[in-house]
Design a protein around this ligand. Structure first.
Ligand SMILES: *[C@@H]1O[C@H](CO)[C@@H](O)[C@H](O)[C@H]1NC(C)=O
Ligand SMILES: *[C@@H]1O[C@H](CO)[C@@H](O)[C@H](O)[C@H]1NC(C)=O
Ligand SMILES: *[C@@H]1O[C@H](CO)[C@@H](O)[C@H](O)[C@H]1NC(C)=O
Length: 633
C-alpha cells in the first residue's frame, strides 16, 4: 500500500508541476538581433504559442529607450489594432500576425541610425499568462572611401614627434576604426616615438566620421617607408576592411661621408678648360653647406657644383670639399686631386727671319714646354717637311726660302697645340727666269708687253733699258712668293733690243729681248708669216702661254705613240704567224725532251720520220715506254 501512496503522491506532484507551468501558458521566441542597413526595411519576428490560441491573446510591441524605459508602439487583440501615436515609429511600422503558426512580424520601414534599439514583443493570454521576447535591432552604414593626406614638409631626423599625415573616413555606422601602417606593420599605441590621435565626429544623421593623425619621430630608414591607413567597419554579418593610398615622406638626414669630383671635363684637363667640380654628401640635410678649399682659396658651392673657368696649371692640386651642418656644427671632408696639363707657346731658335747664303746650311730648333709628351713637325707651304724639333736645311737655294711652321701637339690631349714660324731668306744674286721667247717679231707701230721674272734676295732692283741706254718705263712690278714679276711696254717703232736688268748687292742678271719690227702690206703676207713662224708665235709678242707649247708637244707625242702602236701590231701579227708555225715544230718531240728532268742518262730520243706526233721514248734498256708514263714521272 505504501507503494501505491508513493505513486499517487508522485502523480499528484506531477499534476501540480503541470499546473504550475500551465499558469505560464504563453511562450515567446525571438532572435537576439536583427541586422539591417540604414534605409532598408527591418523585420523583427516573434514566434509564440499559447494554450488560449490566437483569439485569446493580446500582442504589444515596445522599444527600450536610451534611458532604459519601455515605450509602447503597438497594441493588438482580437478586437483592435492600434499603432501608438507620437512615437518615432508611428508611421513606419506594420505588424502581421499569422495565427496558424503563431508568428508575429514587426516591419519597420526606412530604418535609421536612431532605430538601433531593443524591441520587445509582449504576448498576454486571457488567463493571465504572459510571455515576452526581446530583439536588438542593429543598424549599419558603409562609410565613404577613406582619404589620406601627408604633410609635405621634409622632416629632419633631429626633429621631435612630427606630423606624418591624416587619415579620414566619413559617414560610417557603427563607428569605423582607423589603423595606421608603416610598410606592412600596424602602428599602434602611443609612446615617445609614435603617436596616433583619433577624433570622432557624430554627424547629424547619426553616422560617424573618424579622423586619425599620425605623428612620429622619423629615422633615416623612414625615407623609403610607405604609410597608409586601414579602415575596418562592420556590416551585417561581418567585418569589412578598406585601405587608403600610400604616402611617403621626405626625411632629412646628415651625411656620413662627403665626395668631391670633377664632373667635367672627363679625362685630361688642359689649360683654358672650364672645370665643373661637384661635391656631395650621402645625406640631405638642408642645413648643410658645402665649401671647396684649394690652397688658400675657398669657394662656396651652390647646388653642389662649382665651375672653375679658364684654368691654368696653378689650379693643379688637391681640392677639399667641406660639408658643415649648421645645426650640429659637424664637419665632413672629401678630397680630390686635379692636374691641369699645359703646353707653352712654341719657341723657335734662331728667332726671327733668318738670312743664309746660297749653298749654306741652316739648323733650327723648335721647343714647347709641356706637362705631357709632345710631337713636333715642321711644315712649309702646307707641306710636311720635317719631323721632330730639329729643322736642318742643307745647301740652301732660293727654293729653300720661305716661311717654316713648327707645329707642336700633345697626342694625348685633343686641342692642345702650339705653332711658331721661322722666316728663311736665302741671299743670292738675281736670277732671271729665262723667258719663253726673246726673239720677237711684231708689227710696226704696235706695242709689245715684255715680262721679266726675277728671283734673288735681297729683292733685286729691276730696270728696263734699251740698247742705247734709254730707260723704259716699268708698267708693273709684283712680288709673289719670292719671284718679282716686272712688266714693261715697248712701242715698236723699229727693230730694237730691250734689256731687263736685275741687280742686288750680290750681283746682277740681265736678259735681252730682240724685237723685230715687220711690215705686212697684204693679208697674204700675214699668212706667210704665220706659216713660217708657226701659229703660236702670233701671240709671242706678249708672253707665250706655256700650255700652247705643251699642246703642240703632246700632238707630236700622240702621233709617235700611234705609229708605235701600228708597228707593234704589225710585229705582233708577224710573231703570231711565226708562233703558229713554231707550234707545229714544237710537236716534233722537243717538248718531251725538255720535260725529261729525271736525269736518266741513257734516254734516247727516237724520232719517227713519218709521224712527228708520235715520239716514243726508249727506256734504259731500249724498251718502249708510252709517252704518258714518261710525263707522269
Ligand atoms: C574598433 O576598435 C575597437 C577597440 O579596439 C573594437 O572594440 C571594435 O570592435 C573595432 N571596430 C571594428 C569595426 O573593427
Ligand atoms: C614618393 O613616392 C612617389 C611615387 O611613388 C615618388 O615619385 C616620390 O619620389 C616619393 N617621394 C619620396 C620623398 O620618396
Ligand atoms: C743691262 O744689261 C746689258 C747686258 O748685260 C748691259 O749691256 C747693259 O749695260 C745693262 N744696263 C744697265 C742699265 O745696267
Amino acid at each position: 500500500m505504501d507503494a501505491r501512496v508513493a505513486a499517487s503522491l508522485l502523480a499528484g506532484l506531477v499534476v501540480l508541476l503541470h499546473g504550475l507551468t500551465a499558469w505560464a501558458l504563453v511562450e515567446v521566441n525571438m532572435e537576439d538581433r536583427v541586422e539591417v542597413y540604414r534605409g532598408d526595411t527591418a523585420q523583427i519576428v516573434s514566434m509564440f504559442s499559447s494554450d488560449d490560441g490566437i483569439g485569446g491573446v493580446s500582442i504589444q510591441w515596445f522599444f527600450v529607450s536610451r534611458l532604459g524605459e519601455k515605450q509602447k508602439i503597438y497594441y493588438e487583440d482580437a478586437t483592435m489594432k492600434v499603432v501608438d501615436r507620437g512615437t518615432p515609429f508611428t508611421d513606419r511600422i506594420t505588424v502581421n500576425v499569422t495565427a496558424a503558426t503563431g508568428e508575429v512580424v514587426l516591419t519597420i520601414a526606412d530604418v535609421q541610425v536612431r532605430d538601433q534599439l531593443e524591441f520587445i514583443c509582449l504576448i498576454k493570454s486571457l488567463t493571465d499568462g504572459v510571455g515576452e521576447g526581446r530583439t536588438k535591432l542593429l543598424v549599419f552604414e558603409k562609410p565613404d572611401s577613406p582619404t589620406i593626406e601627408g604633410f609635405q614638409a621634409g622632416i629632419s631626423i633631429y626633429d621631435d614627434l612630427s606630423k606624418i599625415g591624416i587619415c579620414e573616413v566619413k559617414n560610417g555606422f557603427p563607428r569605423p576604426n582607423i589603423t595606421w601602417y608603416r610598410n606592412n606593420a600596424p602602428l599602434r599605441g602611443a609612446d615617445d616615438v609614435m603617436k596616433v590621435v583619433p577624433s570622432i565626429t557624430t554627424e547629424s544623421s547619426g553616422l560617424f566620421s573618424v579622423r586619425s593623425e599620425l605623428s612620429m619621430k622619423v629615422t633615416k630608414e623612414d625615407k623609403d617607408a610607405h604609410f597608409y591607413c586601414e579602415v575596418t567597419y562592420l556590416v551585417p554579418g561581418g567585418t569589412r576592411m578598406t585601405e587608403t593610398n600610400t604616402i611617403n615622406i621626405t626625411v632629412y638626414y646628415p651625411s656620413t661621408a662627403v665626395q668631391v669630383w670633377v664632373e667635367s671635363p672627363k679625362g685630361k684637363i688642359k689649360e683654358g678648360d672650364s672645370i665643373e667640380l661637384r661635391c656631395q654628401g650621402d645625406g640631405n640635410m638642408p642645413s648643410s653647406i658645402f665649401t671647396i678649399r684649394h690652397r688658400v682659396e675657398e669657394y662656396q658651392l651652390e647646388s653642389n657644383a662649382y665651375v672653375l673657368a679658364n684654368v691654368t696649371r696653378l689650379n693643379s692640386g688637391d681640392y677639399e670639399c667641406v660639408s658643415l651642418d649648421t645645426d650640429t656644427y659637424e664637419e665632413l671632408l672629401g678630397t680630390t686631386s686635379i692636374f691641369v696639363d699645359y703646353l707653352d707657346p712654341a719657341v723657335v731658335a734662331p728667332a726671327g727671319p733668318v738670312e743664309i747664303d746660297q749653298g749654306e746650311e741652316l739648323k733650327a730648333t723648335c721647343n714647347a714646354l709641356s706637362s705631357l709628351q709632345t710631337h713636333t713637325a715642321w711644315f712649309k707651304d702646307g707641306q710636311h717637311v720635317s719631323m721632330g724639333n730639329h729643322l736642318i736645311l742643307k745647301d740652301a737655294t732660293f727654293d729653300t726660302a720661305g716661311t717654316y711652321q713648327c707645329m707642336v701637339t700633345v697626342p694625348e690631349v685633343d686641342g692642345l697645340e702650339t705653332m711658331a714660324t721661322l722666316g728663311v731668306n736665302v741671299n743670292g744674286p738675281p736670277e732671271i727666269v729665262p723667258p719663253e721667247r726673246t726673239d720677237i717679231e711684231e708689227s710696226l707701230d704696235s706695242t709689245v708687253d715684255l715680262i721679266c721674272q726675277v728671283r734673288g734676295f735681297p729683292a733685286p732692283t729691276i730696270v728696263w733699258t734699251t740698247l742705247d741706254g734709254k730707260v723704259l718705263e716699268t708698267t708693273s712690278e709684283v712680288e709673289l712668293e719670292d719671284v718679282i714679276t716686272s712688266k714693261a711696254s715697248v712701242a715698236v717703232t723699229s727693230d730694237l733690243t730691250a734689256f731687263c736688268n736685275a741687280s742686288n748687292q750680290y750681283g746682277a742678271d740681265a736678259v735681252a729681248f730682240k724685237i723685230k719690227a715687220i711690215v705686212h702690206t697684204t693679208a697674204a703676207a700675214t699668212t706667210v708669216r704665220t706659216s713660217t713662224i708657226s701659229s703660236s708665235t702670233v701671240q709671242t709678242a706678249t708672253a707665250i702661254p706655256p700650255e700652247r707649247i705643251r699642246k703642240e708637244g703632246s700632238g707630236v707625242i700622240i702621233a709617235v705613240v700611234i705609229i708605235c702602236i701600228l708597228l707593234l701590231a704589225i710585229l705582233g701579227s708577224g710573231l703570231y704567224f711565226l708562233y703558229k708555225k713554231g707550234k707545229i715544230c714544237g710537236r716534233s718531240g722537243k717538248q718531251d725532251l725538255t720535260k725529261d728532268k729525271s736525269g736518266k742518262d741513257n734516254i734516247v730520243v727516237e724520232m719517227k720520220s713519218d709521224n712527228t706526233e708520235d715520239a716514243i721514248l726508249l727506256g734504259v734498256n731500249g724498251d718502249k715506254q708510252p709517252p704518258n708514263n714518261q710525263v707522269d714521272k
